[in-house]
Write a protein that binds this ligand. Structure first.
Ligand SMILES: [Zn+2]
Ligand SMILES: [Zn+2]
Length: 116
């Protein structure tokens, strides 16, 4: 069974750095304006190996080792369309509530936010 949507890859996580924000979530339950209100998997600085690719993934193949870019932008707002996706106000960021992070064995992520 392929768990990936079209442009996604299933990753086997290899390593995860522990960032200051992870420590703040762990100790205080919050980082800046982001508050943990339910179970949350931490970790967003990660490397992994591709296990499976969604049907429309052509840039990666099983076995490729990648770094995961943890912030996935909306791709539709003015910032994204202008090429400044790093300031997208709608970004979904690994280990920022309510989005689970990568401190786990397997993680599904958009292929274009995984770098060989
Ligand atoms: Zn970090
Ligand atoms: Zn955007």
């Amino acid at each position: 069974m392929n768990v990936c949507a079209s442009p996604e890859v299933l990753l086997r996580v290899a390593s995860v750095g522990i960032c200051g924000s992870d420590v703040h979530y762990w100790w205080r339950g919050r980082t800046a304006r982001f508050v943990v209100e339910g179970p949350l998997v931490l970790g967003h600085e990660s490397s992994a190996t591709v296990v499976t690719c969604g049907p429309d993934v052509h840039s990666l193949k099983p076995g490729d080792r990648v770094a995961i870019e943890p912030g996935v932008p909306c791709r539709r707002c003015e910032h994204c369309r202008g090429g400044r996706y790093n300031v997208c106000p709608h970004v979904r960021f690994c280990a920022t509530p309510p989005v689970d992070g990568t401190l786990t064995r397997y993680y599904v992520h958009p292929a274009d936010f995984c770098f060989k």
